[in-house]
Ligand binder design. Structure first.
Ligand code: F0G
Length: 448
């Protein structure tokens, strides 16, 4: 059979509420044309993020019922530790309430003012936590990745030559760790090849610099390696994920992505001394090291999710579904970041709406129109979010895991193509209020 189906059936449903165009216009006005300010119940299809929005399985829900809520030494912690040890091989697993808590602990311990942390592309919380420690976050994407239209198989890779140059010019003692984000979220959800992971590992080893993975979407990355990197076609996604982790000295992880959990994260490391310090810091703000700010039931959901996410049928469906959305809009004239990534499709709004200049926010204009037209929420990743540092004007359509069906995706394709057919009528926006930091969350706009 060539049809790839959702490898699950639906046991429990959450009704979606249709709204009228007139209602949506009203909601937009009240929200100041900022989709973060909408009420979730006024949204039909929510593609704001794939983080914490997964549907859990019956196995996860039943595992939650046996959550051990002991303050110390919880059985749930040991069940999770067993799964993580087998997957990552790291000697230490430290649970945290989400990914950024793991980042804060890691960078607080390793970074000082004057330090530099290279990454293929830092996610915004990663960058913010590094900068909060006084260090500098440097992105080293492939030069080819600057062209959204280039179709390269592993466009999320790090530019290893640029990494070597950075170490040579700045000195290895200024670089407390090297990170690699798999998949490369801010770079378009593009995967990183095993060859690139190995190459970064080799450089890190040579200079005795610790190498950490930001492993939020490790399973989606493993799938791309199996499908597209020669030599890996016979390995299972789990074996590939194990090989990915085997090259790193540690990782940060948000269980809100590839663990199908609604909350949670963790920190992994091979270094006994670092792990001890991480635990000391953890107790200060997150909690005792066998729960790290999570309920025992959350640890159970993560343990089961980490095994389910590596299922062949799930990953095949997941990546096919994202690709289907990407190809069906891109092949009908909507420019996207090529090729389609794992968890999201990024529309190149700057290219789609050349009549709207950067300072009138083409990505935000498209986000607003897609909601107005079809009740779909997406997120601008461009000048609203990054100001003058924005490299592209993108609109991210992030797909929650196991949540939407094929007909929802068909509805999205139709909605996007209808907006594209009258794209010349879209107008830009003007900011009427902005806070001092992270303005995209609370800024208010006015249509021009
Ligand atoms: N690293 C990456 C690559 C991420 O995508 C995220 C979160 C984090 C770290 C932080 O994890 O949210 O658990 O604290 N990304 C979400 C997104 C928010 O929408 O892309 P967290």
């Amino acid at each position: 059979m060539k049809t790839i189906i959702e490898p699950f059936r639906i046991r429990s449903v959450e009704p979606l509420r249709h709204t009228t165009p007139a209602q949506r216009e009203q909601f937009l006005q009240t929200a100041g044309y900022n989709l973060f300010e909408l009420r979730a119940s006024d949204i039909l299809i929510d593609l704001l993020t794939d983080s914490g929005t997964s549907a859990m399985s019956t196995y996860q829900w039943s595992a939650m019922m046996r959550g051990d809520e002991s303050y110390a030494g919880s059985e749930s912690f040991f069940r999770l530790k067993k799964v993580v040890d087998e997957l990552t091989g790291f000697g230490h697993m430290i649970p945290t309430h989400q990914g950024r808590a793991a980042e804060r602990i890691l960078f607080t311990l390793m970074c000082r003012p004057g330090h530099i942390v290279p990454n293929n592309t830092h996610f915004d919380t990663t960058r913010a936590n590094i900068e909060f420690s006084g260090a500098r976050a440097v992105d080293l994407p492939l030069p080819e990745a600057a062209d959204t239209q280039a179709r390269l198989p592993f466009k999320g890779n790090m530019d290893v030559a640029a990494l070597e140059k950075l170490i040579e010019t700045e000195g290895a003692d200024k670089i407390p760790l090297i990170m690699l984000t798999v998949t490369n979220n801010s770079g378009g959800g593009q995967p990183v090849s095993m060859a690139n992971i190995r190459a970064v590992h080799t450089v890190a080893r040579r200079h005795k610099i610790p190498f950490y993975l930001d492993a939020c979407r490790f399973a989606e990355n493993a799938w791309f390696i199996q499908q597209e990197e020669p030599g890996f076609e016979r390995l299972t996604p789990k074996q590939i994920a194990q090989a990915m982790f085997s090259h790193a000295d540690g990782c940060t992880f948000s269980a809100k992505k590839d663990a199908f959990a609604n909350i949670g994260g963790m920190l992994g490391t091979n270094d006994d001394e670092v792990a001890q310090k991480q635990r000391d810091l953890l107790i200060l703000t997150e909690g005792f090291p066998t729960y790290g700010g999570l309920a025992g039931r959350d640890l159970e959901a993560i343990a089961v999710g980490l095994e389910e996410v590596l299922d062949h049928d799930y990953l095949e469906y997941r990546i096919a579904s994202t690709r289907y959305l990407g190809r069906n809009i891109a092949d009908h004239g909507v420019p996207i970041v090529e090729p389609p990534g794992g968890h999201a499709i990024y529309i190149d709004a700057g290219r789609m709406l050349p009549h709207i200049p950067k300072h009138e926010f083409p990505g935000q204009s498209l986000a607003v129109e897609l909601y107005r037209h079809a009740g779909v929420r997406s997120v601008e990743i461009g000048s609203v979010m990054f100001g003058e540092h924005a490299r592209h004007e993108l609109l991210r359509l992030a797909i929650p895991r196991r949540v939407y069906t094929q007909s929802h995706i068909d509805y999205l394709v139709e909605a996007i193509l209808e907006v594209n057919a009258r794209k010349e009528s879209l107008r830009g926006l003007r900011i009427t209020y902005e806070p001092p930091h992270l303005r995209h969350f609370t800024a208010k706009f006015e249509p021009l």
